[in-house]
Structure formats: structure tokens, C-alpha cells
Design a protein around this ligand. Structure first.
Ligand SMILES: *Cc1c(COP(=O)(O)O)cnc(C)c1O
Length: 249
């Protein structure tokens, strides 16, 4: 049991369910309003619940509320949570995505449980993921390819991961050549000091270039709790929301 779970009173589950229900309603309302303001269909914008640091019991409640895609930034935490969810909700059709920086030596393990890696930013990581997905398939541990987004660094800063704007297409091409990876699109985190609207505008241009070369790469993963409106205005098809759904970490 985590400290967070231990702190919950015995009636915590019902109370927590209500908190999450309301938070989800608010997030959905924000997505709807932003999409409409941009003249887009809200159904084009997927919601990825980023559950890092929160217990599997919260994921189970979010499954009950209709969510199916969950993001984690650490392989070990995600693996444990995915396994626990299978016990808590055996019928859940949950899909897990890695959204954080990833060490190559975690590739083999994540290939067993993760549907996708959204934070792919180096040729060596691409090769490691392809090998890992291949041997997981061979061992009967996964059925389909590992889905991949190329993470774009809009300011070229190293800290938050991502490949520079000029190297995105080269990396996408490398993913495309891999037998066990499927290139679905691009992902970004807005630089800390940048105007999010401007950053997501640049990202949209990069995404468009990638899509012209690789027509199936239609996913634009952009926008978090604090900036999802700006991201949706600039074409995001997946917002990654942690804090606004589950609370401050
Ligand atoms: C934690 C995280 C999120 C969610 O951020 P919030 O501000 O809590 O909504 C989204 N994307 C990535 C890559 C993250 O690491």
C-alpha cells in the first residue's frame, strides 16, 4: 500500500470516486469548449490520463468513469500499476503509454505491457524498442507492434527530452523502417518559459511535415493540465492530463 492509499479513510473509495467524477467532468468541459472555440469536433481530441504517482485504485475508478488510456513516466511504476489494474478490473480494455524519459534497458520490460511510447527521441532508443517489441512478440508476450510518437523539443533544451525540430523527420523515418514499431505521430511538452500558443503553433508545423511524409502519423500529442486549450487550438489530438484530473502530485 502506498502512503497515499494508507492516508485514505475507510470510506475513501466513494469519496474519491466523486472527486474524480467531477474533475473528469471539468476536464471534458474544457476540452469541449476549446475544440468548439477552434471550430473543431471535440471527438477529435483524445484524453490520456497521466496517472504517475497515483495508485492503481485511482486508475480503476477512472476505468469505471469511462477512460481507457493511461500514461506513466516510469517503467517500473507503470508495470506494477498495469498488473494491479488487471486484478482490480479484469475486463478493463486499458492501454498504457509511456510519456517520460526512458532508459534503453527498460525496453524489454515495457514491451510486455505498454501499448505505446510517446517519448521517443533517439536512434538508439528506436533500435532498442524495435528489438524489445520483436522479442516480446516472439515470446508471445505482445500481439501487435509497439506504437511510437517522436517527441519534439521545441527549444532544443535537453532536460525534458525530445529531438530538435530539424531531426524529427530523420528519426520518424528510422521508426518507419522498424518491423516491430508503428509510427503514430509526434508529441511535445511546451518549453517552460515559452508562450504555449507560439510553441504549439511551431509544433503544428512540424507535425504537418511529418504527416506529409508518413500519412498514417496523425497523432499530435500536446497539452497538459495548464495549457490544453492552446494545444487544442493548434491541432492537438491527444491531451495528457494529470493534475487537473487526479490532483497535485
Ligand atoms: C506529468 C506529465 C503530464 C501531465 O502533466 P499535468 O500538468 O499534471 O497535467 C503530461 N505529459 C508528460 C510528458 C508528463 O510527464
Amino acid at each position: 500500500m502506498t502512503a497515499r492509499e494508507a492516508a485514505e479513510p475507510a470510506t475513501g473509495d466513494t469519496a474519491r470516486r466523486e472527486v474524480l467524477r467531477r474533475a473528469l467532468e471539468d476536464v471534458r468541459a474544457r476540452i469541449d469548449a476549446a475544440a468548439r472555440a477552434a471550430g473543431r469536433d471535440p471527438a477529435e481530441v483524445g484524453l490520456l490520463a497521466v496517472t504517475k504517482t497515483w495508485p492503481a485504485s485511482d486508475v480503476a475508478l477512472l476505468v469505471d468513469l469511462g477512460l481507457a488510456e493511461f500514461g506513466e513516466n516510469k517503467e517500473q511504476e507503470g508495470a506494477a500499476k498495469a498488473a494491479e489494474l488487471t486484478t482490480l478490473r479484469p475486463d478493463a480494455a486499458a492501454r498504457w503509454r509511456i510519456v517520460g524519459r526512458l532508459q534503453r534497458n527498460k525496453a524489454r520490460s515495457l514491451a510486455r505491457w505498454a501499448h505505446a511510447v510517446d517519448s521517443v527521441d533517439s536512434p538508439r532508443l528506436v533500435d532498442a524498442l524495435d528489438r524489445a517489441a520483436g522479442s516480446a512478440r516472439e515470446a508471445g508476450e505482445r500481439s501487435g507492434p509497439l506504437h511510437v510518437l517522436v517527441q519534439v523539443s521545441l527549444d532544443g533544451a535537453e532536460g525534458r527530452g525530445g529531438v530538435g525540430v530539424d531531426d524529427v523527420e530523420g528519426l520518424a523515418e528510422r521508426v518507419e523502417r522498424c518491423a516491430h514499431l508503428s509510427l503514430d505521430g509526434v508529441m511535445t511538452v511546451a518549453p517552460r518559459d515559452a508562450d504555449p500558443a507560439e510553441a504549439f503553433g511551431t509544433f503544428a508545423v512540424v507535425a504537418d511535415r511529418v504527416r506529409r511524409s508518413f500519412p498514417q502519423a496523425t497523432t499530435l500529442s500536446a497539452g497538459m493540465s495548464g495549457d490544453l486549450e492552446a494545444a487544442i487550438e493548434h491541432g492537438s489530438t491527444c491531451v495528457r492530463v494529470g493534475t487537473a484530473l487526479l490532483g497535485a502530485r
